[in-house]
Design a protein around this ligand. Structure first.
Ligand SMILES: C[S@@+](CC[C@H](N)C(=O)[O-])C[C@H]1O[C@@H](n2cnc3c(N)ncnc32)[C@H](O)[C@@H]1O
Length: 422
């Protein structure tokens, strides 16, 4: 029995996604996926994403049927099989047969053919597991969210894990929003983003080739707007790649320096600049070590983080993160925030943000920074400013954006704005 190419590709995607951080992103761009027939490619993608979005309930159902954990490759086959049985419109016999064929193709798992067959047949007789939002997240992360935001908010956040998000776009020119909304059949959002439900290759959507917009989550588009750029102002984006926020600053008329340590990721920024006709000085450097005397009226620090707020498009982040990663990242963020502060001109603005739901990376950083740097004051963000959902505005004046704060969802983010004393 030979496994079909779509399921074999889904196996590779899930394996890559769970093997290491950002593994899914790389695997989705891998050439062998692009080489599949379009129908196979879209099934492979849908199967892998459904498996990752429903990993919690799938593992609970499998765990109840397995006396001990099988080898990783067998577990992946079982997870893909369960996703087909429970959540995709695949006939039971096809889901079971295809999974057995996959097991048969893996030399290491061949002795497990019988197990795959028996477990999936038994699952096929069951109804899908009841949808309790709390089960969609790893238990340790859910417990953190409940402690930080309370049970109702934690449930509302976790419920979004199972949902497939729409695509959000940022228009290069705010005056183009309505024309683009019509051409793309997209919905304008507060703040100036567009939301498009459709599928297909984004490169084929109207306005892409002309650089009239770029893909950027509605929440990710808020921080750069909060710098309130005046034309000609000097702006530094200190962790700029792949570049959505740097493009926004350039589109607002800033003279942008876009710095990042990763040349590979900066290449994507260069491509976007070329496509949109926007300009920025692109610098590949470590932010703390960058030897440059300039000071900037606007500084943006979109720091590396756990990325738990991006689970809607990257459900793998929830399953590859380890508790120790959060403290390690928080230490990096504090160092970068100090380096960013040094770059702000007197009277200049500094916006710090992370696409994380973890308070050590957000509220904790803001509080500690204000204690370390009395020459910076918090500049409160008002509801609606830059598209900030009212529910996200914390009493302290910063934004704690949770994925249920906008109808249809948005990424989780923390955003705070400081101003340096004159
Ligand atoms: C959250 S991403 C930035 C996303 C980007 N602002 C955007 O809107 O597309 C964080 C970035 O920080 C970069 N980075 C991490 N540590 C850095 C450092 N010490 N110096 C410069 N860049 C760093 C990473 O390469 C990564 O591209």
């Amino acid at each position: 029995m030979k496994p079909d190419p779509a399921r074999a590709a889904a196996f590779d995607l899930v394996t890559a996604a769970l093997a290491r951080r950002a593994g899914l992103e790389a695997a989705l761009e891998a050439p062998h996926l692009a080489a599949l027939a379009p129908q196979d490619r879209s099934f492979a993608r849908a199967l892998a994403m459904t498996t990752l979005r429903r990993l919690g309930p799938i593992d609970a159902a499998l765990g109840a049927r397995l006396a001990r954990p099988p080898p990783d490759r067998v577990r992946t086959i079982l997870r893909l099989g369960a996703a087909q049985l429970f959540f995709l419109e695949v006939p039971d016999y096809a889901a079971v047969d295809a999974s057995v064929a996959l097991a048969d193709s893996e030399r290491t798992s061949r002795p497990f053919k019988g197990l795959v067959n028996a477990v999936l047949r038994s699952l096929a007789r069951e109804r899908p597991p009841p949808a309790d939002p709390a089960d969609l997240a790893p238990a340790w992360l859910y417990a953190r969210w409940r402690a930080a935001y309370g049970e109702p908010a934690a449930r509302a956040v976790a419920a979004r894990i199972a949902e497939e998000p729409a695509a959000d776009l940022t228009p290069r020119d705010p005056a183009d929003v309505l024309a683009l909304a019509e051409a793309l059949e997209a919905e304008p959002l507060a703040g100036g983003s567009l939301r498009k439900a459709g599928r297909g290759r984004i490169e084929d959507w109207p306005g892409f080739a002309e650089g009239r917009w770029w893909v950027q989550d509605a929440a990710a588009a808020i921080p750069a707007r909060l710098l309130v750029i005046a034309p000609g102002q000097a702006a530094l984006d200190m962790c700029a790649a792949p570049g959505g926020k740097a493009l926004q600053l350039a589109a607002a008329g800033a003279r942008v320096v876009a710095l990042d340590r990763s040349s590979a990721r900066l290449k994507r920024l260069q491509e976007s600049l070329a496509r949109t006709g926007l300009e920025a000085e692109v610098v590949a450097a470590e932010a703390e070590a960058w030897a440059d005397p300039r000071r900037f009226a606007a500084v943006l620090l979109d720091a590396p983080c756990s990325s738990t707020g991006t689970f809607r498009r990257n459900p793998d982040v929830l399953w590859t993160l380890r508790p120790g990663d959060i403290a390690r990242l928080a230490a990096v963020q504090a160092r970068l925030l100090d380096a960013a502060a040094e770059r702000a001109a007197p009277g200049g603005r500094l916006v710090y943000c992370v696409c994380s739901l973890e308070t050590e990376e957000g509220e904790g950083q803001a509080r500690a920074f204000l204690r370390r740097r009395p020459d910076f004051k918090l500049e409160p963000i008002a509801a609606g400013e830059g598209g900030a959902p009212a529910a996200s505005v914390a009493p302290e004046g910063w934004l704690r954006i949770l994925p249920h704060h906008l109808e249809g969802g948005l990424d989780g983010f923390f955003v705070v704005r400081f101003r340096r004393d004159d």
